[in-house]
Write a protein that binds this ligand. Structure first.
Ligand code: SF4
Length: 372
């Protein structure tokens, strides 16, 4: 199918004619108006300009350029243009700002795909200009839909996104750990927005606000000073500690949002904010909860310890920390004893260097207390 094959239904033409009688339409390369004095219509697209049209002439033009009319109908009626964020998102899905209506229809006929976090979303169009959407995990892009679990209810996304591939609870909905193996097919424009919102709450609304310059950012200090109760202590953390938090939690490997909040409006954090499509406008509840623990840890004074380790054992401790921080421990095979974070290597080190009280190299954590 191409843009030239689009069919204009009687219902859509009637809605178009009625709308023009109420006022001009100026949308996406389509301009149409009714002159109440001359009782004639004007009709203009990037391809044609027609004036002095009777209703029959308007009908003929509308049928010839049906893609423009159905495109207007899709946004103003089917999609409900009272939801500008959803309209913006659906138009972004089909790259509306980059292509003319006919070029877009030609591309949609064979499917236009975009990524949103780990979601792979494909928009297609039928001969009446109605869009439908398919949504799956980006790692399943080349998998046959028949071999994926089929869903149609947007709210199913809540359950799919609750646990990762290894059945671990996902406390952060925008962590890059969505499981694979599912597909939502034949969704309407409203349904695809609801499904995305269920997988990644508020990402469409915040992305849209950012695009029109109305995204309000709550920086770290705003958020920290607002906390009460057990989280009221997190405003003790200084810029260096907040930098470490952002580097630990908010980089692309941990969260698909692009961090836009900083230490405060004047003080940018050095940590990478990430390159996600949708922004993060404030420290999330997971970061605030973790910050509470880090606040209590940062209150401790450093101590000087003396440990006896071989150079390889020191390097092994460093490798263990790296493997845990990068969530690689499950990928290290039991037979791979060259890896410092190998389980047998770790057990051997514990046998050799951790005493019966759990102290590294027999060094007590609180030497004063053990002397009493
Ligand atoms: S605060 Fe950081 S971890 Fe939390 S949602 Fe924002 S970018 Fe992601």
């Amino acid at each position: 199918m191409t843009a030239d094959d689009v069919v204009l239904s009687a219902e859509v033409f009637e809605a178009f004619r009625t709308a023009i009688a109420d006022g001009p339409i100026d949308f996406d390369d389509l301009y149409a108006r009714y002159d109440h004095e001359t009782e004639r219509f004007e009709f203009e697209t990037t391809e044609t300009t027609r004036t002095g049209l009777s209703e029959a002439g308007l009908h003929e033009a509308a049928e010839e350029y049906a893609s423009y009319i159905t495109n207007w109908w899709f946004v103003s009626s089917v999609l409900d243009d009272r939801s500008p964020d959803r309209v913006g998102f659906v138009r972004w899905l089909e790259a509306a700002s980059e292509h003319s209506v006919p070029a877009r229809y030609d591309a949609l006929a064979s499917g236009v795909s975009r990524s949103w976090g780990e979601l792979h979303i494909t928009a297609t169009i039928d001969e009446f200009g109605d869009r439908s959407y398919e949504l799956r995990h980006e790692d399943d892009t080349n998998v046959s839909a028949d071999s994926l679990d089929a869903h149609s209810n947007p709210l199913d996304a809540r359950e799919i996104g609750t646990f990762d591939e290894r059945d671990r609870y996902r406390p952060l909905r925008t962590a890059p750990s969505l499981p694979t193996g599912w597909v939502f097919s034949d969704l309407s424009a409203i349904e695809v927005c609801e499904t995305v919102d269920t997988f990644y709450p508020a990402t469409i609304a915040n992305w849209y606000r950012e695009s029109d310059g109305t995204l309000d950012i709550d920086h770290w200090r705003d958020t920290a000073e607002r906390q009460t109760g057990i989280y009221g202590i997190i405003d003790e953390l200084d810029e260096a500690a907040v930098n470490r938090i952002a580097a630990s939690c908010c980089v692309d490997s941990q969260c698909l949002k692009r961090r836009e909040w900083e230490y405060d409006a004047e003080t940018e954090l050095a940590a990478d904010g990430g390159s996600g499509v949708f922004p993060c406008r404030e420290p999330c509840s997971l970061v605030v909860a973790a910050a509470r623990k880090w606040t209590t840890l940062e209150r401790e004074e450093p101590q000087t310890y003396e440990f006896e380790l071989t150079p390889s054992e020191k390097e092994q401790l460093e490798a263990l920390i790296d493997a845990v921080a990068d969530d690689r421990t499950d990928d290290i095979r039991e037979a791979d004893v060259y890896e410092g974070a190998n389980r047998y290597r770790a057990r051997y080190l514990r046998e050799k260097r951790i005493d019966e009280h759990g102290n590294l190299s027999g060094t007590p954590t609180h030497p004063e207390e053990s002397e009493e």
